[in-house]
Design a protein around this ligand. Structure first.
Ligand code: G6P
Length: 459
């Protein structure tokens, strides 16, 4: 078997444990099975980082080779261009885009540094798989430095529509750089179509069949690979957590009220402010629901130096205070909002206990939480999933109650519909969602990408 080299911005080096965020969870399992190396940023910041060689670590059959960032790189490449420009751009949220040319320059130079540090570690029979929007220039940089090994690239975020892409400084260059990979993977068929459209219209790629482009004399495959979870394992974790002390405490504190549950990173794409507004609208429109429900939202802090994340935090703090002050009663707090992350098994248990999973991102590449919510349910007595129709997962979980994440009345009605739903309808909807994910795994997702990458690169 060829050695797999995964390259991503953040590497969950073993000592740190896993952070919330889909990418890390999925890839660790894949590398543990296939064996190989994970290369990227170790999460640290140091003034001398640019002059230090990669650090190596070995754990559970996986080699980790990581570099640090300097404070300026962290500011301009990570907080700046990656998360203040590209992230909102990929999610089609122009009002959150902040662009500085100097940040773009650092973005290029950090990609260059990734390339320089990776090159000496590569072996001739490696297969290289690059992940996400932080590393758009990397396929081209590697090729320019003589790398002939297969290169795959997977984008975990949505790929925006052409007009949105036009707001990307140097969008054409990014497209041409990506087209130096052998296989480009996207979460949904819409993302793939958006990419093909942009690549053919603005980068000069020529279509050669449905999923193939020819660019500068080379064949590039393009494909849709929705990221999956391990549903059976997650179901077992959730069922086991049901007996834990944490769950008993939460369940006791609900005093028989229905639990509405959401869990996300605190990120402007997640639609948290609108989600709270939808919940408040439900209490307003259906006042008989007062005291019958508790909404528990976990929103783990993330990318705290990005201006739009700071603004979101301030907005939410105001909104949470107002909602509980205006709607609460002496013995009832309508909303419990936690910014501290919880261990995965505990979250899985919360999901199983919940009557409603309330997951309404403004836009999301996939949203694995939605799939996890389905997997966590008790099949005899499942909860109802309310899901944004703008999450990639909605394409597969279309038996959930799909909502427009900006429509507060629509979300209020969906909450009411879920609260009033009969047990047979809940089971039917849950079963359809479960069927959509039950026979897929994160490993299967990774292996299908790698299989196509190898066969494309052989041609
Ligand atoms: C999303 C991105 C990942 C990223 C994760 C956590 O899932 O697609 O690439 O690693 O968020 O974000 P962070 O900025 O903490 O790495």
């Amino acid at each position: 078997m060829k050695r797999l080299v995964i390259v991503s911005n953040r590497v969950p080096v073993p000592k740190e444990g896993l952070r919330p965020g889909g990418l890390a969870v999925v890839l660790k399992d894949l590398l543990a099975r296939q064996g190989g190396m994970w290369f990227g940023w170790n999460g640290t910041c140091h003034p001398d980082a640019a002059h230090l060689p990669p650090e190596h670590q070995q754990a559970e059959g996986v080699e980790y080779a990581t570099i640090g960032l300097t404070p300026a790189e962290h500011r301009n490449y990570y907080t700046g261009f990656s998360n203040s420009t590209l992230w909102p751009l990929m999610h089609s949220l122009p009002e959150h885009i902040h662009f500085e040319r100097r940040e773009l320059e650092t973005y290029w130079s950090v990609n260059q540094r990734f390339c320089e540090n990776l090159l000496p570690l590569l072996r001739p029979d490696d297969i290289i798989w690059i992940h996400d929007y932080h590393l758009l220039p990397l396929p081209a940089l590697l090729r320019r430095n003589g790398v002939r090994q297969p290169i795959g690239f997977f984008l975990h975020t949505p790929f925006p529509a052409p007009d949105m892409l036009a707001t990307a400084p140097d969008g054409g260059t990014f497209l041409r750089d990506l087209l130096k990979a052998d296989l480009l993977g996207f979460q949904t068929a819409d993302d793939t179509a958006n990419f093909i459209f942009a690549a053919t219209r603005t980068a000069g790629a020529v279509p050669d069949g449905e999923d193939t482009l020819v660019f500068e004399g080379r064949t590039v495959r393009v494909g849709t690979f929705p990221v999956e979870i391990d549903p059976q394992a997650f179901a077992r974790t959730a069922a086991a957590a049901a007996d834990s002390q944490d769950l008993k405490r939460l369940s006791g504190s609900l005093a028989g009220r229905k639990l509405i549950f959401g869990v996300d990173r605190m990120d402007p794409t997640k639609g948290l402010d609108h989600r709270l507004a939808g919940y408040e609208r439900m209490l307003e429109t259906y006042p008989e629901r007062e005291r019958q429900v508790t909404f528990l939202q976990i929103a783990a802090e993330s990318r705290t130096e990005v201006a739009s994340y700071k603004a979101l935090r301030r907005k939410l703090e105001h909104q949470i205070g107002k909602l509980n002050a205006h709607r609460g009663q002496a013995d009832w707090t309508p909303l419990r909002f936690l910014t501290r992350g919880s261990p995965r098994p505990t979250v899985a248990g919360y999901m199983r206990l919940a009557d409603i999973g309330y997951i309404t991102p403004l836009r999301d590449g996939m949203n694995l939480v939605a799939k996890e919510f389905i997997a966590a349910q008790d099949p005899e007595n499942p909860g109802v999933l309310i899901l944004s129709r703008l999450a990639g997962a909605a394409k597969q979980l279309d038996a959930a109650l799909l909502v427009n994440p900006l429509d507060h009345d629509g979300m209020a009605d969906a909450l009411e519909q879920a609260l009033a739903m009969s047990a047979p309808e809940k089971r039917e909807r849950w079963q359809a969602c479960w069927n959509a994910i039950a026979n897929r795994t994160a490993l299967g997702w990774g292996l299908s990408f790698l299989k196509l990458l190898e066969s494309t690169a052989r041609k």
